[in-house]
Design a protein around this ligand. Structure first.
Ligand SMILES: Nc1ncnc2c1ncn2[C@@H]1O[C@H](COP(=O)(O)OP(=O)(O)O)[C@@H](O)[C@H]1O
Ligand SMILES: [Mg+2]
Length: 411
């Protein structure tokens, strides 16, 4: 059979985004024998060169993307770890009758105001919250809650524009946090939320034909107050079976409250003395190498592959393909300034348990203050006997990589 004919027989998956975070989707789909149409606004995005066919469009450009999707007769569409393309994805699914989350599901999974409404209506525990569209509303909301609060953009991700404000703070502090969140919001102003105390988790899931499979529960490490930048994840969870089960149950109820019936799920929660409280739910796989790296290492399941199957309307294959264990990622940070050098102490490849180490910056690059995920400068991923061991190894690997900076000269 001619290669041309073979190519036409293969099914086609469109992947929205072709930057680094999307590479596992593009590479896995190609390895599954699919044709891959990748779309990214940046012609230099690395996934475009790997894909069968590349489209250079803004991921919100529904007209252009739909035209390409129709021309290529795609069988499914997906994106990994990014909210921005989700409305386009849902609209393409709706227009072409493809499997995937419906537009109203994506609205609730990308807009925290709608998300809170859906969760509250279904009785799913989530923080008390108010929506603010100006400074006065923000101040009033903070006063009304009378607890420590989190101010955050109604629509954003990656921890951008998040600030914890202590109860009783001066109005200027509230104003500062409000403006910081407003600057990052893609839509719909700012959320003012009751601060929920407790350790943080995420629950990784896949829902196909209305049936939700919970794949893993991830323990999280953040930079803490006031910005809560995610600095590490580990699997499996170190908490008790009963606690983990309560997190799985809470995630299931959140997924059902949002109406997610054909999509991956990434649910973030805190565990309080009264039980789990939902921070947010995404109708897609989470980022931070959780699903591309930690899930396969800890469960043996190819979750990205299974997610591709769900995007094509096939039942996901959730059988472990390789040994399971424990895995952890730690993100690297550095003193803000210009990168002067990157030092690796000893032969990193000899580090026990090391799966991957990467530094995102080069000499001369600017390291910003660590106020969101954009301030992280690299990561290390390790496997270990158990999650504590994997974390300890990742910390040891992290300590061997030094990103040195010097202060930026005053202008
Ligand atoms: N109501 C809240 N109570 C406690 N911590 C919160 C609350 N909202 C957000 N956070 C903290 O801020 C982080 C980022 O908030 P999140 O809503 O997940 O935003 P993003 O979509 O940018 O990830 C959370 O992981 C958590 O650490
Ligand atoms: Mg989050």
């Amino acid at each position: 059979m001619s290669p041309m004919r073979l190519a036409r027989q293969a099914r086609t998956l469109m992947v929205l985004g072709a930057r680094r975070a999307q590479l596992p989707a593009i590479q896995t789909a190609l390895a599954m024998g699919l044709r891959v149409v990748a779309v990214d606004p940046d012609p230099a995005a690395p996934g475009l060169a790997l894909a069968t066919l590349a489209g250079v469009y803004d991921l919100a450009d529904l007209g252009a993307i739909l035209k390409l999707a129709r021309a290529e007769e795609i069988d499914g569409i997906m994106t990994l770890a990014a909210d921005y393309p989700m409305p386009t994805l849902a609209a393409v699914c709706a227009e072409m009758c493809l499997p995937g989350p419906r537009p109203q599901v994506v609205d609730a999974a990308t807009n925290k105001r709608l998300m809170r409404l859906a969760l509250r209506a279904a009785g799913v525990p989530c923080p008390l919250s108010h929506h603010a569209s100006n400074l006065e509303e923000a101040r009033k909301a903070v006063a009304k809650l009378a607890t420590d609060t989190i101010l955050k953009p109604a629509a954003s991700q990656g921890g951008r524009g998040i600030t914890r404000v202590a109860a009783g703070s001066a109005p200027e502090v509230v104003d500062w946090a409000y403006l910081r969140a407003l600057k990052e919001t893609r839509a719909d102003g700012v959320m003012v939320e009751q601060f929920i105390e407790g350790p943080e988790f995420s629950v990784e899931s896949l829902t196909h034909g209305g049936q939700t499979h919970v794949i893993a529960v991830t323990d999280k490490l953040t930079s803490g107050a006031p910005y809560y930048v995610e600095l590490g994840h580990s699997q499996p969870s170190r908490w008790t079976d009963a606690q983990v089960e309560s997190l799985r149950r809470a995630a299931r109820s959140a997924i059902s409250a949002l109406g997610i019936d054909q999509a991956a799920g990434h649910t973030e929660l805190r565990l309080t003395a009264q039980g789990p409280v939902i921070m947010e739910v995404a109708a897609r796989l989470g980022g931070g190498f959780i699903n591309s790296h930690l899930v396969p290492l800890s469960t043996g399941i190819d979750l990205v592959g299974a997610c591709i199957q769900v995007a094509l309307g096939d039942p996901p294959d959730l059988t472990p393909k390789r040994p399971s264990g424990a895995a952890a990622i730690r993100f690297l940070s550095a003193t803000p300034g210009l990168v002067s050098s990157i030092e690796r102490l000893g032969e990193l490849s000899e580090q026990e348990g090391l799966v991957e180490a990467d530094v995102y910056v080069r000499p001369g690059d600017l390291v910003p203050e660590l106020v969101d995920a954009g301030g992280r400068v690299g990561h290390v991923i390790c496997r270990g006997r158990d999650p504590d061991h994997a974390l300890a190894l990742a910390e040891r690997a992290m300590d061997r990589i030094h990103v040195l900076t010097r202060a930026r000269e005053a202008r």
